[in-house]
Structures are given as C-alpha cells and as structure tokens.
Design a protein around this ligand. Structure first.
Ligand code: ASP
Ligand code: MG
Length: 389
C-alpha cells in the first residue's frame, strides 16, 4: 500500500527549547501531507537519563544522593520551562508532572536496588521521548487548531523482541498494529504525534531500538503506513561529504542512494542511524535529511537511484583499535582506488592499506605515524574535494 502521506522526524537538537519547537511546528504546519510526527528526546536528555541511572545506583555517602536529585530536577526544569514558555493552560503541566513523577519513582527504584537492568533503563529512557512528544502534541493543538492532533504512544505500535536497549522491531506486528490503529484515522484533518526510539515487547515491557534510534522509528512508521516520504529533521542541511564537526568546509550532498547512505552511516557518519534505510529501501520510500533551523537550505534526498557514472560522495573515518580507517563512498570503485593512491602519496603515508570494499565504498587502513586523525581526514577531504559530485 502506498499513499501520499509524509512521516516527519525531529531530532533532539531540533526540539531543544521552546523556539526550536516552534520552528518544528511551522515545518509541520507548512506541509499538509505530514501525518506522523516522530519526536526525539530534547537535546542531551537521553544522556541525562543515563546519568540518573548511574547516580541512583551508586548513591552517596550521606544517603541524600544530591547528585541524583540535581539531575532529576534539571530534566524536569528543562521541560517545564519549555511548557511555561509555550503554553498558558495548566493542563500541559499536569501531564508533564505525571511523567516527572515516573522519573522520580524509577530513580527511587534504582536507588533501592543499587543497580539497574537494561529493562528498567528502557523504561527510564522512554521518559525523554514521552516528555518531548507531549509538548509537541500540545503545541500543534495550539498552532494547528483546525486539525485533530492524536497523541500516540509509540509502544502500542512499534512492537519489538525483548532485547532491551537494542530491540529488534517485529515488522509484521507493526504493520498489523498500524493497519488497526492508525490507517483508518489518517485523513486530511489528522496528525499523529509520537515518540522515536521506543517500542514495547510482546509482554508490554518498554524497549528501545538503540541510542540514536529515532530515525529508525520514523522509517518503521513510514514503512508501516506506506508513506511517500520520510523526513529526518536535524541541525545540519543534509548529509555532508565529511563530518561537519571535524571539518569546516564540507559539501552537503544533494542525492544519495540507499546503499551509499547506509555505507556512510555504517562507516562513521553520525547523521543517520545505520538501520534507518532498511525499511525505506524495502518500500522504496525516499528519505529527506534537512535542517529544521533553516529548511530553505534544502537537504539530502536518499532514494534507490544509483549514479551510473563515476561519483565520489563522501569521505569518512572511523577508529578501529589503533588504526584509522578512511573510507570513500561513491560508485565506480576502480577509480576510487586510484584516488586512494594519489591520496596516499599526498599524505606521504607509508601504511595505507586496502581494508574493505562494498558496492559503494572502499576503505583503507591508515597507520598515522605522520599526522593525527583529524589532520589525516582533513587532508583526505581536501585532496578529494575536487571529485565530489
Ligand atoms: N533520544 C535517543 C538518543 O539520544 C534517540 C534519538 O534521539 O534518536 O539516543
Ligand atoms: Mg540522530
């Protein structure tokens, strides 16, 4: 089944405060086809929840556990401030307070047990996405009053196995749940707001898909409703030719194939969760990656279209043991291999050895005696930048 509807996912940096959330609501309002909105936890909240678990399990000498209380208060305060900035009605605060109560209760349970299992960690993790999506749902009710905004608990739809913290989605069950719970209500006048990252096992326990897994959730929803597009809104205008946190002058890629994007995600690009492209590829749904800060800059569109000629899209780097693995992503690898030789010459590296190869990537080990990892990536990007398409 295929339709015109769009699934839109907003990452933690896109919903980090009231102004950012407003920006997202504008993006949602501007596209009348957007029907499922998938929200990540607000920026850094998932890390803070991990910190809650650690602090609660350790305790401190006087038994008050000030560290734990402090971090819990920070999380609560962050969300309450957004609510106060955005809303005037006390109803939102009541809903939020219920979640804050859950947060404190889980903190207490972990303190008493002085330990936390992956299972309780997933319960704790879920609060980040449940808080942010609650705020977004209320915001959309305010901003788009002519539409029915359904707040959807993703755990009702995204069924997984019980492998807590890295749960495997059960695609057929997800399809069945979607057909029952969502599809009959999808129409011009409805929007669903739900959480990324979280699901539940067949017994109803909360599970998560792995850190950074909200992209994957969006793709699973996209697959389940047969969406025409899956949008991933982040803080950069698309997938770059190199990690923009490592290098200033990157190139934003306009088009990638599913395989190239998967190779990039697997080979060190942090922008997409590696398994995200699987559901999209199965159903041939295009994936758009863009910046919620500035949607006009456009972004990267990922489809099954493969370049026919030679193309170099990106350079990435990962560290494995003591080695730096530099990979080129593109098509027509023979030519990419030649590029590797010229790069080796340019870097003056004595150890630049073939490491691995896929249809769309070739990787080399670089034992950097001469330069550090950032420097070698920078040089690689510079030398190859004239080949980028
Ligand atoms: N909030 C989760 C994390 O930070 C999932 C996500 O944002 O993709 O890992
Ligand atoms: Mg992400």
């Amino acid at each position: 089944m295929e339709n015109k509807w769009v699934v839109s996912k907003f990452g933690g940096s896109s919903v980090k405060d009231a102004v950012s959330m407003l920006r997202c609501s504008q993006i949602i309002e501007n596209n009348s086809l957007t029907k499922i909105v998938v929200i990540s936890a607000t920026q850094n909240t998932t890390n803070q929840l991990e910190f809650v678990a650690r602090a609660a399990s350790v305790g401190d000498i006087d038994g008050n556990n000030d560290t734990l209380q402090k971090i819990i208060q920070e999380i609560i305060q962050k969300h309450i401030s957004i609510a106060i900035e955005l809303f005037t009605s006390p109803a939102v605060l009541n809903d939020l307070e219920a979640l804050c109560g859950e947060l404190k209760a889980i903190g207490e349970t972990i303190s008493i047990n002085q330990d936390f299992t992956p299972k309780i960690m997933d319960e704790l993790y879920s609060l980040g996405e449940r808080m942010s999506s609650l705020l977004m749902a209320d915001l959309l009710r305010l901003r788009i009053p002519n539409k029915t905004i359904h707040f959807l608990d993703a755990r009702k739809i995204i069924k997984t196995n019980s492998d807590f913290q890295k749960a495997e989605p059960q695609i057929e069950v997800i399809a069945k749940n979607t057909a029952l719970e969502i599809l009959p209500h999808l129409n011009e006048n409805s929007i669903y707001v739900t959480q990324g990252f979280i699901g539940s096992d067949l017994l109803g326990n909360t599970t998560t898909l792995g850190r950074e897994g909200s992209d994957y959730s969006a793709a699973l929803f996209g697959e389940a409703i047969g969406a025409s597009l899956i949008e991933i809104w982040t803080d950069v205008p698309g997938v770059a030719s190199c990690d923009p946190r490592e290098i200033d002058k990157v190139n934003y890629i306009k088009e990638l194939s599913y395989d190239e994007a998967t190779a990039l995600a697997t080979l060190g690009a942090k922008i997409l969760f590696p398994t995200t492209l699987l559901p999209a590829k199965r159903k041939k749904i295009p994936v758009f990656v863009g910046s919620s800060l500035n949607p006009r800059l456009g972004g990267t569109t990922i489809t099954d279209k493969q370049h026919t000629g030679f193309s170099l899209k990106a350079v990435s780097q990962i560290l494995k043991k003591d080695l730096i693995i530099i990979s080129f992503i593109g098509t027509h690898l023979d030519e990419l291999e030649n590029l590797a030789t010229s790069l080796q010459n340019d870097l003056g590296e004595s150890h630049f050895e073939f490491y691995d190869q896929t249809e769309v990537s070739i990787s080399f080990k670089v034992a950097t005696f001469k330069m550090d990892k950032k420097e070698s990536l920078l040089r690689a990007h510079e030398v190859l930048s004239k080949f980028f398409v």
